[in-house]
Design a protein around this ligand. Structure first.
Ligand SMILES: [Ca+2]
Length: 322
């Protein structure tokens, strides 16, 4: 298999870090760029964290700083420190970081990498969609040059799962709904990996403990970085042990789409009001016209996942790297 060229657009973030490790350790992935966005922490913090992880994981790809606020509507909302800790990485100690960011803004790095690798780049976007929307706006010509886009975000109410910032909205989409609506309407081959499936896969304490035992330094890191995050999930009653696996699900889709079942259709995002950030699918073959969805491109929406296969894949990749 030729290696998959990946741009990882991220807001590290505990689960972002766990997904980045999966990308860094997978033999079939050629990680060519990491772009940061505000979200789980401020843009200063997520960029510092991405640089720290690049250093820690031994990643060669450039890290480029992206958006610090939504594409319209002003300042970012307060970071969810109760989920990812004050430093965005579950309050693990972070030593001085010597790696430095690429001088280009994230949107420019995305454009440059896509243009240098036409038809070959998969973008895995696991934060706000702001950098992708900015890149599209700067250079709409990149859209047909992208091989695939795999997005962690959204909530469609399948499998009994609600939103995680409101009953209908997921954080990445709610944090910049205008950008998400642009990205879902662009016309590139796009798959949305939302809470409908990410809440189906849970890394229990036993699972992470086994990684800590079997995967050396990487395993110990996974255990340490995820303790604060696991406490959030158990204290809020979302899990009995451990946490739902968000960002790594979007990575898994890019490498193993067969783990997932899909619905296809046009997706719009609610920009304002109490449903801000809600993702609404009009399925392909819907019986009637719906003006606000007419003319929008078809995208894939993940509605089911083989969670045991996915969790085995994550473990095998991390342990197998030793
Ligand atoms: Ca994220």
């Amino acid at each position: 298999m030729t290696r998959l060229k990946v741009i990882y657009d991220t807001d590290p973030g505990v689960d972002d870090a766990m997904a980045l490790l999966l990308l860094a350790r997978h033999p079939d992935v050629d990680l060519i760029g990491i772009t940061t966005c505000f979200g789980n922490a401020t843009i200063e913090t997520t960029t510092r964290n991405a640089l720290y992880l690049k250093q820690l994981f031994g990643i060669a790809a450039p890290v480029s700083r992206g958006a610090g606020e939504p594409i319209v509507g002003g300042a970012a909302s307060e970071p969810p420190t109760f989920v990812h800790g004050d430093n965005g990485l579950g309050n693990i100690p972070i030593p001085a970081v010597t790696a430095t960011a690429d001088p280009r803004p994230a949107a420019q790095l995305i454009i440059d990498l896509v243009r240098a690798n036409p038809g070959e780049v998969t973008i895995i976007a696991v934060g706000r969609m702001t950098n992708l929307a900015l890149a599209m706006r700067l250079d709409p010509g990149i859209v047909p040059l992208v091989k695939a886009v795999s997005v962690m975000g959204g909530a469609f109410g399948r499998n009994g799962h609600a939103g995680n910032v409101t009953p209908v909205a997921e954080a990445n989409i709610s944090g910049d709904p205008v950008a998400a609506d642009m990205v879902f309407g662009a016309g590139w081959p796009l798959t949305i990996v939302g809470l409908d499936v990410t809440h189906e896969s849970v890394m229990t304490d036993d699972y992470v403990q086994a990684l800590a035992r079997d995967a050396g330094r990487d395993g110990q890191f996974l255990w340490d970085v995820s303790r604060f995050y696991a406490d959030f999930y158990t204290s809020t009653g979302q899990t009995r042990s451990g946490f739902a696996v968000h960002d790594s699900s979007a990575v898994a889709y890019a490498l193993h789409p067969e783990f997932f079942t899909l619905e296809r259709g046009a997706v719009r995002v609610v920009a304002e009001g109490i449903a801000r950030g809600q993702t609404i699918l009009r399925p392909e073959g819907y019986f009637d016209h719906a003006r606000d969805w007419d003319g929008r491109p078809m995208v894939n929406v993940c509605i089911g996942v083989d969670a045991p296969a996915f969790l085995r894949f994550y473990r095998d990749t991390i342990v197998g790297h030793r």
